[in-house]
Each structure stands twice: as structure tokens, then as C-alpha cells.
Design a protein around this ligand. Sequence first.
Ligand SMILES: [Zn+2]
Length: 131
Amino acid sequence: MAISRHQRFAKVALELAKAATHDVTHQLCALVVCKTRVLSVGYNQPKTHPISKDTMMQQLHAEMSAVLRCPDTAVEGAEVVVVRLKPSGKPGLARPCSVCETILRRFGIKRVFYTINCDTPEDPQIEEMHL
Ligand SMILES: [Zn+2]
């Protein structure tokens, strides 16, 4: 079976995650996509600014970083694809947390595709979440 458009984006994101800096244990990468285009890319990052010590979140999550970098997330049909690359090199569960869910919804994102645990990075398994 041919892989879907969203699986193809997930493969791209896994490659980007692999190439990213590894100052985090699990590398996450998120793409804001529209049809066949990638509008922006985000990674999870440890927060280094002192103000972040007061917040609940220890990291800037990948999907949040991606929408913040996207010039116009409100374009019709914009979606988010988020992947987790485990230290083993395999895809892991990247379901957005409730904070990201709320923020993505606020940015006009209606559908998110995320990887689930699987042994085949070349054929990543994804699930869909409606916001
Ligand atoms: Zn999150």
C-alpha cells in the first residue's frame, strides 16, 4: 500500500529530528503543513530563559514552536504533523499534550497527525486528532 501524504510528512519530520541537536532525550519535530507544502518547522527545546523556570512546562514543545514560527497558521487547511524520534531511532508516541492542543486550536489548526510507537521509521504509523 502506498504511504499517505501525512506519512510522507512524518518521514520528513523524522529525518529533521534525526539531524537536529540532541540536547534532549527524545527529539520531537513538528511541521505546519498545507496540502503538499511545509509552512514551518519546530522542535522541542529546553527552555533556557530564566522566566521559564516559573512556568509548568520544562520545554517548548515542538508543535508550539512550529505554529509560533508559521507566518499564517490560519490558512485554510493548515495541519500539524508531529513526530517523536526515540533514542533507538524508532518513532514514538507524539500525541500533543492538552496545553498544545489548546494553543493549536487557538491558531486555527483543526487536524493534527502524530506518530505512534512503531518499529519501522521508513513506514511511520500515524494517528489523527481533530481539534
Ligand atoms: Zn505539548
